[in-house]
Design a protein around this ligand. Sequence first.
Ligand code: NAD
Ligand code: UFG
Length: 353
Amino acid sequence: MAVLVTGGAGYIGSHTCVELLEAGYEIVVLDNFNNSKPESVERIKKITGKEFQTYCIDLLDKEKVNQVFQENEIDAVIHFAGLKAVGESVFLPLHYYHNNVTGTLVLCEAMKNNNVKNLVFSSSATVYGLPEQCPITEDFRLGALNPYGRTKLMIEEILKDLYVSDNEWSIALLRYFNPIGAHKSGLIGEDPNGVPNNLMPYITQVAVGKLHELNVFGNQYSTKDGTGVRDYIHVVDLAKGHLKALDMITSSTGIEALNLGTGKGYSVLEMVSAFEKVSKIRIPYKVVAPRPGDAAVCCANSDKAFRMMGWKAEKGIEEMCEDSWRWQKMNPYGYEMNNVLDHPHLSIKVGIF
Ligand code: NAD
Ligand code: UFG
């Protein structure tokens, strides 16, 4: 059984490719590398010792996408490819709608033409907008707060319509909470372009000396310490959720939305101290204004994923911090430049705390 992984060179995609290969699946990767590096594909091969075909193709290129299906016996698709920066999506809405929504339409059309009807889609907790209460179950009211979130909502709706039109489709809409961490090898991990938007890569870049201090976005929320609370999930647990989803969709038809989170919430300050404990590095921070559109608390109820797919997150916050830190330490400049000794101005402040 060959699985086409769109966006397979990205953060979550690369970790899922490793899990797929280690579980014995054949994979084909499709990525245009607009937010990733070919080096991540090499690292997947290094970790697993396995070879696979990678296509450097844009999902918007109908003919080439169709050709991938013609050249390979694809049984199922895991669709990660998409743009994901919330702030950028506000300034470039057309770009986001075109890339994410049209890209998915092109993919589904090619799947339909080639009689491939098993799909796992990367959705997001962002489809819950500002949740009225937590933990969030899949039947909560949906609503997006920005163009990025709306692309996820629109795609979910499109896929529901697709299933209604043809009941042979089998689709899992996986709503991820906050993925962090990295593969144990330290060879693959999150490699954001420019200054990170998300908390964990920001913290690890402060720790490695690339950034000066963390800005904590608000400390007046009604949470345990006033800072925002999120459900952080280890990216390897998340990757394993995709294998469980594949089992589910290849043994039945239908469309299901499933939350993938741990159910545990950590505040920004708790994340800072969990990271400090693991790394033995102090993370200087200052409290700044809240980020517009941020929820106070966002945590998953993932009982449905356990009930329907037998999936449950296993890794705790300490392991998430350890693995994020190992990746950042081994790759201070991400996939671009790897040897820390080539960058003497970087001060990895090991042991000062
Ligand atoms: P990522 O940016 O690391 O990976 C996405 C990959 O898709 C990249 O390699 C990029 O080059 C590729 N891509 C984008 N547009 C493409 C196109 N038109 N054609 C071909 N390839 C294209 O992001 P990630 O963190 O691995 O996220 C994967 C998916 O999960 C995304 O759809 C994202 O929206 C969703 N998601 C991510 C998070 C998160 O916090 N990381 C949370 C919820 C949902
Ligand atoms: N935060 C800071 N400082 C930072 C970055 C973040 O204080 O520099 C805070 C935020 O205010 C929030 C928490 O840390 O309270 C987590 O923020 P992230 O940006 O890491 O994550 P979000 O929950 O805001 O958003 C992420 C993805 C979205 C996705 C959502 C749900 O960026 O795309 O998780 O999956 F939709």
